[in-house]
Design a protein around this ligand. Structure first.
Ligand SMILES: [Zn+2]
Length: 289
């Protein structure tokens, strides 16, 4: 009986070879799976694991460059000041944008891009004017027309038609006819952070939006904080009133698609071409609140 199970050297060799083949086969079956798993687990959890050779999307892809320029007076007669720009300088600034392949876009287009991630033209710029100054109509509008640039004008409504040096309702209608956009800039231009809640809502926000819509026959969607003054309460009130977006005096030409549309940064523009170019390029920016 024992002989029946006796293994010759040949039997042992065949058995060993078969065992070796099986072991090698098992190793080949297991190893690719093991490598694949190792590669996938090296990627961040947020990344799509297939295929593993593609790097995860960098967070910076949410950023985009679109300076929003903030203007006040365009005047050759007012004393020089931080909010006064000479007409020739303004013309030079617009010319510089043209010669350097910037594309002036309406604020509404910026807002659409921000909220829907639609593509903007290369080197986009937005032009904004605050405070309803009459020299904007007299001096800026002809230059905007010359370059076929569209801007948005933020109007403190209590002053329309009411005192010298401000635009009338007819002038605002003409701005619209020329393709400009109009937003609200409160009624009386107070520090919105410190006024009573009723005044904040009824007069400064709802009131300014309503009168602009009634007088001009358009929907008013955008707002500029007077003096850039804002607080959590003020931002909420602007939202409650139905404004889609609001601009600040936070000086930054860069935006991200995650930005709160009610806290949009702008660039201060002074009476200097050198600073203008610096600011457009995000250099030496004075950081406001
Ligand atoms: Zn203002």
């Amino acid at each position: 009986m024992q002989n029946k199970f006796h293994l010759t050297k040949t039997d042992i060799a065949i058995f060993s070879l078969a065992t070796l083949v099986i072991i090698i086969g098992i190793i080949f079956c297991i190893t690719p799976t093991a490598y694949t798993k190792a590669s996938v687990t090296q990627l961040p959890e947020s990344a799509d694991p297939v295929p593993p050779t593609i790097a995860p999307t960098p967070a910076t892809s949410d950023n985009f460059y679109a300076p929003i320029l903030m203007y006040h007076h365009i005047s050759d007669t007012l004393p020089m000041g931080p909010y006064v720009i000479r007409t020739a300088v303004f013309d030079n600034q617009m010319n510089w944008l043209k010669n350097n392949n910037y594309h002036v876009i309406p604020y509404s287009q910026f807002y659409e891009a921000l909220t829907t991630k639609t593509t903007l033209p290369e080197k986009p710029v937005v032009l904004t004017f605050d405070d309803n100054d009459k020299d904007q109509y007299e001096n800026a509008l002809p230059i905007l027309k010359k370059y076929d640039y569209k801007a948005i004008f933020f109007i403190p409504t209590a002053y329309v038609n009411k005192r010298g040096g401000v635009m009338t309702w007819d002038m605002l209608k003409e701005l619209l006819n020329e393709g400009m956009e109009i937003g609200a800039h409160s009624s009386t231009h107070p520090d919105l952070r410190v006024i009573p809640r009723k005044q904040l809502y009824d007069e400064e926000l709802i009131g300014s939006k309503k009168i602009l819509e009634e007088k001009l026959g358009i929907s008013i969607k955008y707002f500029a904080y007077p003096g850039g003054a804002k607080s959590k309460k003020v931002v909420q009130a602007v939202k409650d009133t139905g404004f889609l977006s609001a601009v600040t005096t936070i000086y930054d030409p860069n935006h991200t698609y995650k930005d709160n549309p009610l806290l949009i940064s702008r660039i201060y523009v002074g009476n200097s071409m050198e600073n203008f170019v610096d600011f457009i390029n995000g250099r030496n920016l004075y950081k406001s609140h």
